[in-house]
Write a protein that binds this ligand. Structure first.
Ligand code: WT7
Length: 704
């Protein structure tokens, strides 16, 4: 199948080659106890009941003042949910559980070193810690409602404590994934105009105590270059009283939290009653330009949406022990480790380190010891755990009633191992499709009511009405076997409010493409463009193909090709750079960089290393390319656009498609010869691509 062919034809041909998977029913045991067990729930959330259906989610929260307007559409696409209502997210996740379950663990934190004790933090203790840190943010740092604060924290309980402390005061938190570089953090600090950074000296990763504070110094320097001064850096210590970093503390700017928190320990900070549409947090994500987008999420709509979906899709009951293995630095962790589960008053497990450390049995030992009964992870971890320990789960006595897969398409074969071996055939699985921008799930089966189908996420979630459009905006009918762009026809409470500081980018990225009438105040004219390719089967289930924009999904994390490319061209020798996805057995996809050099420079391992180093320093180790290929020239259109899809074809040993319209078709053969013979030498020849992988590659850059 030709990568360069028009998408419609090639995708239709690919799609019909897919074997429809058999349904798998959830066990009676699961359905008997499920939160969503009455099929009438689908009718309650049917389109004729929109938007009032979402009262059901909002009613799960404690409001200081009830709202008067469920959905205000007067300024599309800046939807306002639960207008007139007032509430506090920290109160909802902490205080309101004090009466019913003060001594139940809210969080259980498992440090990576197995010899180190697990910490159980009860709701009462969480309340104390959140109040103390809120007092520090307010009275020591001088932060006020509406200010932004940046966190660059690893997977430690201090992170949810800090989030809930900020939320208590209406301070907008922006947690930057701990694995991001100091420079990436600095850019996000500048974009959000934070003057306070909260970090930690170090954390454990694969048995090593990593120096993390060093990144704070880089972050502050980069933010300063971009015009944002950070005047306070709060440093938690991984081991209080000991300092794990080699970088000095900066006098007057840096303080250890354990040195200054003492006098705030007994503070009681009243939760500030805030409008439902006030911002709760920013979560930065990659897009089609270099500048990251700060997805702004609201208090009322977001919290209602993650609470409702945690209840019906994660099937969380207060008495469950729920473990989501994601990092809180991503949206999954915000919605489904912190806000959703704690709002429902359950016990949420956090793990500091690498799932396969010190061996592939680690997650199953944790599950057995803590009695985890709901488990949530991504295909990349499932593939890894299967590869290194296919028989490990059977050795441990744990029982999951429910499991989630999220973040990237899962191969049916991997799905079946998850179901049979990890889930021991007992667990109901949800494959939840959604995004940073969407706050919560968009596509999934209701676990107790709708059968599972490996590789498909399922139908639209409750109150979500998806549609597949072709490039012209015509509906691609279900069961047609054709792929198109999946959109959501309606607004929902979890949708981001805007791109922080760039409202025009919000409209342009998500709504411009399919907006029927920019003057219209009717939500029906404003479908949300998700940026994913998808096929809808005759039964209404969606199979997601992956990004159609310039985003590469590596191990469930979004990397923008533009960010990778701008990092690469910071290397003095580099003239041009192009990033493409290459199918990777474990990570789903990995990144490969193609580089052309400025005149007078010649290819060599040193340039390749500089490019790798630049990417690690600008973005982080997660973005490390699998290969860097130095090429004489990039394949380009006559208008000078680099044809990423042609080089993606080369990298994946797939067809490069029709190249006759290129300005320089002759370079394609040259690059292909060089790259592919080198890949043969490095033992990197992929097995034949599956239909799913081919369509994922075809989706890439389609909207370029
Ligand atoms: C992109 C969003 C939201 C959770 C973590 C990722 C891909 C997400 C699935 C799924 C197939 C999926 C999409 C989406 N994706 N979930 N269940 N099946 N693909 O959040 O970093 O904002 O990435 O992840 O391509 O657009 P994110």
């Amino acid at each position: 199948m030709a990568i360069g062919e028009t998408a419609e034809v090639s995708e239709a041909q690919i799609a019909v080659h897919w074997r429809e998977e058999e349904y798998i029913q959830p066990s009676r045991r699961f359905t008997g106890q499920a939160n969503a067990s009455d099929p009438a729930i689908r009718e309650r959330f049917a389109e004729e009941n929109f938007p009032e259906c979402f009262r059901e989610y909002a009613d799960l929260l404690s409001w200081d003042r009830y709202w008067h307007t469920t959905l205000d559409t007067s300024n599309p696409p800046f939807w306002r949910w639960f207008v007139g209502g007032r509430l506090n997210a920290s109160y909802n996740c902490v205080d309101r559980h004090l009466e019913t379950r003060p001594n139940q663990a809210a969080l259980i934190w498992v440090p990576e070193p197995e010899a180190e004790a697990t910490q159980a933090i009860t709701y009462r203790e969480l309340y104390r810690r959140v109040n103390a840190f809120a007092s520090l943010l307010r009275d020591y740092c001088g932060l006020r409602t509406g200010d932004r604060v940046t966190f660059h924290l690893p997977m430690v309980p201090e992170l949810p404590v800090a989030m809930l402390a900020a939320a208590r005061l209406g301070i907008v938190h922006s947690q930057v994934f701990g694995g991001f570089s100091g420079n990436a953090c600095g850019e996000r600090i500048a974009d959000s105009q934070s003057r306070v950074l909260v970090t930690m000296d170090g954390y454990y990763r694969s048995g090593e105590l990593v120096d993390h504070k060093v990144k704070a110094d880089e972050a502050v320097a980069r933010a300063a270059e971009l015009g944002q001064k950070v005047d306070r850096v709060l440093v938690f210590r991984r081991h209080p009283g000991e300092y794990a970093s080699k970088t000095p503390m900066v006098e007057g700017r840096d303080v250890f939290v354990d040195d200054v928190i003492e006098e705030h320990q007994r503070a009681v900070v009243a939760p500030v009653s805030l409008p439902a549409e006030a911002p709760l947090f920013l979560m930065y994500t990659s897009g089609t330009t270099g500048r990251p987008k700060g997805a702004q999420h609201s208090i009322g709509g977001y919290l209602a949406y993650v609470t409702g979906t945690s209840k019906y899709y994660q099937d969380i009951h207060p008495g469950d022990t729920y473990w989501c293995m994601a990092d809180i630095g991503w949206i999954t962790g915000h919605s489904y480790i912190v806000y959703g589960p704690l709002s429902l008053g359950t016990t949420s497990v956090m793990y500091e380190g690498v799932p396969t450390y010190p061996d592939a049995g680690r997650p199953w030992r944790i599950a057995e010891r803590l009695g985890v009964n709901i488990f949530h992870t991504a295909p990349t971890s499932i593939r890894m755990l299967r590869k290194v320990g296919p028989d490990e789960p059977a050795k441990y006595d744990y029982h999951f009633k429910h499991m989630t897969t999220v973040g990237e398409p899962i191969e049916p074969d991997v799905w079946r191992w998850y179901h049979e071996v990890v889930g021991k055939g007992e667990a109901a699985i949800v494959d939840t499709w959604w995004q940073t921008e969407t706050g919560g799930f968009l596509g999934s089966t209701i676990p107790g009511l709708e059968p599972m189908k490996p590789g498909s996420c399922g139908p639209g979630a409750l109150g979500i009405y998806p549609i597949v459009y072709d490039e012209e905006g015509n509906e691609v009918p279900r069961g047609s076997g054709k792929a198109g762009n999946i959109c959501i026809r309606n607004p929902w409470p979890g949708i981001m409010q805007t791109v922080w500081g760039q409202p025009e980018r919000f409209v342009q990225t998500y709504y411009q493409k399919y907006c029927r009438n920019p003057q219209s105040k009717d939500w029906h004219d404003w479908p949300y463009f998700a940026g994913d390719g998808a096929v809808q089967a005759a039964d209404g289930y969606f199979r997601i193909l992956g990004r159609v924009d310039d985003v590469i999904n590596v191990a469930g994390h979004r990397l923008g090709t533009k960010e990778l490319e701008s990092a690469s061209i910071t290397v003095a020798e580099v003239a041009e750079a192009a990033a493409v996805p290459v199918i990777d057995e474990l990570r789903g996809k990995a990144v490969e960089m193609y580089i052309s050099l400025k005149p007078g420079f010649s290819a060599g391992a040193d340039v390749e290393e500089k490019v790798v180093h630049a990417i690690e320093s600008e973005i982080g180790k997660i973005a490390r390319p699998k290969n860097v290929w130095i090429v004489p020239d990039m394949p380009k259109t006559r208008s000078g656009k680099i044809m990423r899809r042609v080089i993606a074809g080369i990298s994946n040993f797939a067809d490069v498609g029709d190249i006759t319209t290129l300005a320089n078709p002759e370079v394609v053969e040259q690059i292909k010869h060089h790259v592919q013979s080198e890949k043969v030498a490095r033992g990197q020849v992929p097995r034949e691509l599956s239909a799913q992988e081919m369509s994922e590659l075809q989706a890439f850059g389609k909207a370029d």
